[in-house]
Design a protein around this ligand. Structure first.
Ligand SMILES: *Cc1c(COP(=O)(O)O)cnc(C)c1O
Length: 228
């Protein structure tokens, strides 16, 4: 399949998932995850009009960022070490992997230095899988209340990764739980701006995630392919 074919195919699958669940396609942001592909392919993706790019490591994304800065919106979706924060804040427009106070502290400090506010999502380990990053759901409420002391961090929503399932339908409870957590937090915490974003759904399971309320889907293999 060519890139164009994949983009068209994903688009029609997204529209069908929206149709099945009574959602508006405009409420879902596609993030093209380019970690498996070259700078040239990432450039081609943006030329085709998919202008939100996701990457999970700074050294691997540097060349793509340099090529596409100003033309694309960059999402940092990988786990983030505190000592790498200086590379990411100021370059990436969103951080999806906020999962501990020490990281919030480092991000806030860097943002203060640069005099910017950075939109972040709290990464939640809904499945409880040991291999997954993110905080457990029961700690999110306290964490968000602590984040109120960091005005440089604008909290916009929650992110999760579902375990890989050969049957995508089996991911549904994970995505539903993240949506319910967001709604519960919005009900319980008097946030100035309610949490809106749900970053969930990857190549294998994005249609289920959309049906369960995803507002951001992170698509690598299915959308941009995979190169050596
Ligand atoms: C790699 C990655 C993706 C995209 O993976 P695909 O299955 O290829 O779509 C999405 N989210 C995160 C956090 C990733 O690391």
């Amino acid at each position: 399949m060519t890139l164009q074919d994949r983009l068209r195919d994903v688009e029609s699958r997204l529209q069908e998932a929206c149709h099945r669940s009574g959602r508006d396609r405009k409420d879902i942001q596609v993030i093209a995850v380019t970690k498996y592909v070259s700078v040239a392919t990432a450039d081609a993706v943006v030329s085709q009009g998919v202008t939100h790019i996701g990457e999970n490591r700074w050294p691997d994304s540097k060349a793509k960022w340099e090529s596409l800065q100003g033309q694309a919106v960059f999402h940092y979706i990988g786990s983030l070490q505190t000592n790498k924060v200086k590379d990411v804040v100021g370059r990436f427009d969103y951080i999806h992997s906020l999962d501990r106070i020490s990281l919030a502290e480092a991000i806030a400090q860097r943002a203060e230095t640069l005099d910017i506010v950075i939109p972040c999502l709290v990464q939640v380990n809904v499945s409880g899988e040991q291999s997954k990053h993110g905080m457990s759901p029961e700690h999110v409420s306290d964490f968000i209340q602590q984040l109120a002391t960091y005005p440089r961090i604008r909290l916009i929503g929650l992110m999760t990764m579902a375990p890989y399932e050969s049957e995508p339908e089996e991911t549904r409870p994970i995505f539903r739980a993240l949506r319910q957590l967001r709604d519960q937090l919005n009900h319980d915490l008097a946030l100035e701006t309610p949490l809106k974003e749900l970053s969930m759904g990857m190549s294998n399971d994005f249609e289920v995630a959309v049906e369960e309320g995803a507002t951001m889907v992170r698509l690598g293999t299915v959308l941009v392919g995979k190169e050596e």
